[in-house]
Design a protein around this ligand. Sequence first.
Ligand SMILES: Nc1ncnc2c1ncn2[C@@H]1O[C@H](COP(=O)(O)OP(=O)(O)OP(=O)(O)O)[C@@H](O)[C@H]1O
Ligand SMILES: [Mg+2]
Length: 585
Amino acid sequence: MKSLFKLRKYFARYKTTIYLGFLFIFLSNITSVYVPLFIRDGIDELRRQISSPALIKYALLIVGVTFISGVFRFLIRQTIIVTSRKIEFDLRNDFWSHLQKLSFKYFQNTKTGDIMAHATNDINAVRNFIGPAVMYSFDTFTLFVFTLALMFSIDVELSLLSLLPFPVLSIFVYYFGKKIHLLFTRIQEHFSVLTAKAQENLNGIRIIKAYVREQSEINHFRNLSYEYFKKNLDKIKVDSLFHPILFLTIGSSIIIIMWFGGMKVINNQLTLGELTAFILYMGYLIWPAIAFGWITNLTQQAAASQKRLNAIFAIEPEIKDSHLTNYNIKSLNGEIEFRNVSFKYREKLPFVLKDINLKIPAGATYAIIGHTGCGKTTLVNLILRFYDVVEGEILIDGHNIKTIPLKVLRNEISFVPQETFLFSDTLKNNIAYGLNGSSEIEVNQRIEEAVKIAHLTPDIESFPQGIETIIGERGITLSGGQKQRTSIARAIAKGGKILILDDCLSAVDTSTEEIILTNLKNFMKGRTSLIISHRISTIKDADQIIVLDNGVIAEQGTHEELVALDGIYARIYQKQLLEKELEEI
Ligand SMILES: Nc1ncnc2c1ncn2[C@@H]1O[C@H](COP(=O)(O)OP(=O)(O)OP(=O)(O)O)[C@@H](O)[C@H]1O
Ligand SMILES: [Mg+2]
């Protein structure tokens, strides 16, 4: 329950509307409890003498009061339920912006499905508390008090009798509600398993077909689907028991009142009108009794959900601006230095980078080569501060990167990751992704230049809508090389002082690679560039080539120096030369 206190700040924001909503609840209930009183008076008066004016008077009174109460009901929903939707909106946005700030590590260690569940089910459960639970608790409370007061004013003894079944009813609703909720949660959980399976299946359809696994996938899905079906049957069983038992309890308490109340009418201790009003009030009490158990369940579910949300809200982004940040740094020149840098991904894992010392002058082009898994990607991830170094420090322009505002640091780096990711949007919007705040003319200019450098022009010309073509799931699928070149164009368009290319030419042929590298030469002037590749042809012209081996810098020098050194680099070079010769035969 304590977890729900965190919602205070949201409630405070809409305080006035919520109070107004409470006022409407009060007014709606105080008018609606008049209906049975009018019926009572009506019956008693009409029993004495039936007259048209009296009939019309009571009919109008009842309709009038019901109408007024209805107007207030409308206003309750317009205030409280609307507010609950507003708070849900705020909460969801807060949750999302918090997620966006969390570090890379969080997303690597958390399943996407879990995050989605928090963003949908948990926020929904909290909304059910903010709206219905809050509204109905005040609603049923006031209705209960008013009704009870009027019932006692009619007949104390009957009132006490009629209250007897209510505790039982509440407990019954509470336990049944809990059971239904549990079954419902299981259904939902299983449904996400089912959708995850379907999603993976559709993504992997190519593999399924290539390996002729359709039948086994059909069987697997059928089993999961059957499980879902059975879970639904379990819930239906409980649901179908719930209503008959509920009405049995209510019905039996009405019989008791009819019996004792009827005796009182016969003995002239009660008028027929009064008994009718009394039974109508009983009807009024049923809802609060049911609602009590229901509200308790909603509140408990919301508390559990809010607890999970609070736990996420409590996670501090590991990498963020701190007291070390020097906000006077507004731009970077591009000199990068690694000083005794060591890094491992987790406490218990071995070091991936060991005592790296490297100084890259501003404007220079450095290349990194080395066997797969030797730590190249890791090295550049550290410059972007996707992770922080474990030992040593990285400096840019002499500033430890921890002192550079994160926004400045990342704005100055144009990064092409090893694994291309493009959004399901137009080609143009993908390339312009890093260009917020620029004027349209500038954006178009930059895109044009980037497209040219990345040698995308011929491809774009062949697309039906040119650069406005939608790519990804909603549009056309790009080839591996086209994706890589789009990713390069996106980085070029952004135009920071530091360019990092992580093995991003692996899917283009050597002649296209050559064109791009030649185009890039001009762009790289005045920029510090770091190029990772497995191909000597990509990197041979770099000012310096770093050979990483098992997390340490094994060799460093120009292409000629390293060939002459006759070490790891020379071996890779000879192998690739041989491959090329074989290809040409
Ligand atoms: N998030 C991670 N958590 C734990 N270990 C990781 C993580 N990312 C990479 N590693 C490990 O770190 C080592 C270096 O990986 P890295 O991606 O830097 O290699 P690489 O040199 O870029 O390889 P490639 O040439 O295949 O791209 C590998 O052994 C890898 O398994
Ligand atoms: Mg890599």
